[in-house]
Write a protein that binds this ligand. Structure first.
Ligand code: AMP
Ligand code: TRP
Length: 326
């Protein structure tokens, strides 16, 4: 089973990215041949600063390694080290109906927000389809927000196979990472960089403390029952076992539990949870060259898988010289 996913290097990851995607990517490594990439081509639709892109990409590589991604087992690479994916994106773009892209929620949302949209943003799902199809990946673990993109990938794969009468591409199965609900931010909305309500998992301790202590709560007095659906309790629960959760939620509902106590405990739990990961991150950071070696080796291994698929697509479409005997 081949597992593939990518994440955009668009800023230091937070607890939403961790619980919603990255931790699960690392866990899935044990279930098959896992390929993960740092989607720096994708980040071009929003980031225009070269230094920033390089920094975020490197930081994201460190984050994955810190979380325990084993580069001997899984492939970790930087998307732009495999420019073949852009060739495949072009090939696919010619069989992608305009209407399909015009229906994309993420694009429509950006238009609705009044952002200056570019063609890259419009064509984003085609590049994403190329990322997936170039490996004939079986399973693509992503958050709910990417579901439509995966459906488009299946449509695009089918359109190519149909147009050229060959089953070049396998239709991948989405694996929607739903068992973790949306991680709430410090203000109660979805945790998101664009809302400025994040807790960055590898931020300096002082910043994490400030974010946790700043989690918005209501003015219910200590002795009164608390609403456990509030983001403070939901965030706390991410770091607790089932039985701890039941016990604390019962105390909260009974009254007598103050928000301050929960915040302090949450901070302690976040600190303890990430301490060994921070340690591992620092070790990788010290061995700077090793991270580049991991990415280079990852791209080499990724290319071995991707190349034959791209060749098959080129051949089916009549690109390049005909194969001998054809
Ligand atoms: P983004 O940073 O929004 O591009 O998200 C990268 C990955 O993290 C995607 O797979 C998202 O589904 C996941 N993710 C981002 N924010 C959250 C959140 N607040 N809760 C759960 N998952 C999230
Ligand atoms: N679009 C994904 C996101 O924003 C990132 C991504 C790019 C991706 N290419 C992919 C995810 C291929 C899975 C497979 O989160």
């Amino acid at each position: 089973m081949r597992i593939l996913s990518g994440i955009q290097p668009s800023g230091e990851p937070h607890l939403g990215n961790y619980f919603g995607a990255m931790r699960q990517h690392v866990e899935l490594m044990a279930k098959g041949e896992a390929i993960y990439f740092l989607a720096d081509y994708h980040s071009m639709t929003s980031i225009r600063d070269a230094g920033e892109r390089r920094r975020y990409t490197r930081e994201l590589a460190l984050d994955y390694l810190a979380l325990g991604l084993d580069p001997e087992r899984a492939i970790l690479y930087r998307q732009s080290d495999l420019p073949e994916v852009c060739e495949l994106a072009w090939i696919l773009t010619t069989v992608t109906p305009m209407g399909l892209l015009e229906r994309a929620h993420s694009f429509k949302d950006k238009v609705a927000q009044g952002l200056a949209v570019n063609h890259g943003l419009f064509a984003y799902p085609v590049l994403m389809a190329a990322d997936i199809l170039i490996y004939n990946a079986d399973i693509v673990p992503v958050g709910q927000d990417q579901k439509q993109h995966l459906e488009m990938t299946r449509d695009i794969a089918g359109a190519f196979n149909h147009a050229y009468g060959r089953e070049v591409f396998k239709l991948p199965d989405p694996m929607i990472l739903e068992h973790v609900a949306v991680v709430p931010g410090t203000d109660g909305r979805k945790m998101s960089k664009s809302y400025g309500n994040t807790i960055r998992m590898f931020a300096p301790q002082g910043e994490i403390k400030k974010a946790v202590m700043g989690i918005v709560t209501d003015s219910t007095p200590v002795d009164q029952p608390k609403d456990v659906s509030a983001s403070l309790f939901q965030l706390w629960a991410l770091f607790a076992t089932e039985s701890e959760r039941a016990a604390l939620f019962a105390r909260a509902k009974a009254g007598g539990l103050g928000y301050g106590e929960v915040k302090k405990d949450l901070l302690a739990r976040i600190t303890a949870h990430f301490a060994p990961l921070r340690e591992r991150r620092a070790q990788w950071e010290q061995r700077g060259h090793d991270v580049e070696d991991v990415l280079r080796d990852g791209a080499r291994r990724a290319r071995e898988i991707a190349r034959p698929v791209l060749e098959a697509a080129r051949d089916a479409a009549g690109l390049g010289a005909a194969k001998a005997g054809a």
